[in-house]
Write a protein that binds this ligand. Structure first.
Ligand code: SAM
Length: 239
C-alpha cells in the first residue's frame, strides 16, 4: 500500500493527510483484511472500495462539524471500527470511545489500537443501552456517531443518553432518511434531542448516497432512558 497514493486520494476528496496518517490508515487496511479471513469484519475488501466506502465515508463528517482539541466522541456499534478508527486517525487530538456488543470485534479493535500506537482511545465491550446507564459515560460526550446499527427510533435510545447537553448525535444513514426521521421524531423529542440538520452527498465514484443526520441534545435525558434491551426492542419509542 503506497502512502503517496492514499495522500493523493484524500487530496482529491479535499482532505489533507500527512505521511503518518496515511501509514496508519494503510496499516489498518492490512489488519482488517488479515483478520477478516478469520472473522466477519467487512464485506468490502478491495483497497479502493475500502478507501471510499469505509475511510472516506467515516471521515466525511469532519467537513461538517467543528471538532475541537480535547473534545470527546463515542462510536456506538463500531463493528470493525467505522466510523471511529478513521476519525481517530485523522484527529489524534480528540478522545474516542468505541462501543460494540460483540467481544470478538473489540479484541480486533484493541489489537488495531496497539499496533497503530493510537492513544486517547478506548474500545469497550458493552451494549449501548447499558453504557447509557453507566454514570461514567452517561451524558459525557460532545459527539456520538453511529453507522449501520439500527433504525433511528431504536438508535436514538442507544445514543442520545450518552451525549452531553449542547452536544450532537450524528447518524450515518443512506436512502429513505426522511421516513425514518418522521418515525423517530417522538423518540428524539422524549430523549431530549432536536433535529438540527441533514447533510447529504454522494460517496466519490459510486452511486451511494450518504445522509448525515445531526441531532442536537437540547435537554437532559430522563433517568428512565435508556430502557433495557428487551423493552427497547418490544416497544420502540414510536408514537
Ligand atoms: C452492521 S454492523 C456496523 C458496524 C460499523 N458501524 C460499520 O458501519 O461498519 C452493526 C454493529 O453494531 C453492533 N451492535 C448492535 N446492537 C448493539 C448494541 N445495542 N450495543 C452495542 N453494539 C451493538 C453489532 O455487534 C455490530 O458490530
Amino acid at each position: 500500500m503506497d502512502n503517496n497514493n492514499l495522500i493523493e486520494k484524500f487530496k482529491k476528496w479535499e482532505f489533507v493527510i500527512d505521511e503518518e496518517k496515511a501509514d496508519k490508515l494503510n496499516a489498518y487496511y492490512q489488519l482488517l483484511i488479515e483478520w477478516n479471513s478469520k472473522m466477519n469484519l467487512t464485506a468490502i475488501t478491495d483497497y479502493d472500495d475500502v478507501c471510499i466506502k469505509h475511510f472516506f465515508d467515516s471521515v466525511s463528517l469532519l467537513k461538517y462539524i467543528d471538532l475541537k482539541e480535547g473534545q470527546s466522541v463515542v462510536d456506538i456499534g463500531t463493528g470493525a471500527g467505522f466510523p471511529g478508527i478513521p476519525l481517530k486517525i485523522l484527529r489524534p487530538d480528540v478522545e474516542f470511545v468505541l462501543i460494540d456488543s460483540l467481544n470478538k470485534r473489540i479484541n480486533f479493535l484493541n489489537y488495531v489500537i496497539k499496533e497503530l500506537g493510537l492513544s486517547k482511545i478506548k474500545a469497550i465491550h458493552s451494549r449501548a443501552e447499558e453504557t447509557g446507564k453507566n454514570l461514567e459515560y452517561r451524558e459525557k460526550f460532545d459527539f456520538c456517531v453511529s453507522r449501520a446499527v439500527a433504525r433511528l427510533p431504536v438508535l436514538c435510545e442507544y445514543t442520545i443518553p450518552l451525549v452531553k447537553k449542547g452536544g450532537y448525535f450524528i447518524s450515518y444513514k443512506s436512502i429513505k432518511t426522511e421516513d425514518e426521521i418522521k418515525e423517530a421524531n417522538f423518540a428524539i423529542d422524549i430523549l431530549g434531542g432536536k433535529i438540527d440538520k441533514i447533510e447529504n452527498f454522494m460517496l466519490p465514484d459510486t452511486d451511494m448516497v450518504r445522509n448525515l443526520v445531526f441531532i442536537k441534545k437540547v435537554k437532559n435525558t430522563g433517568s428512565k432512558f435508556p430502557r433495557n434491551a428487551a423493552m427497547i426492542k418490544k416497544s420502540p419509542l414510536v408514537k
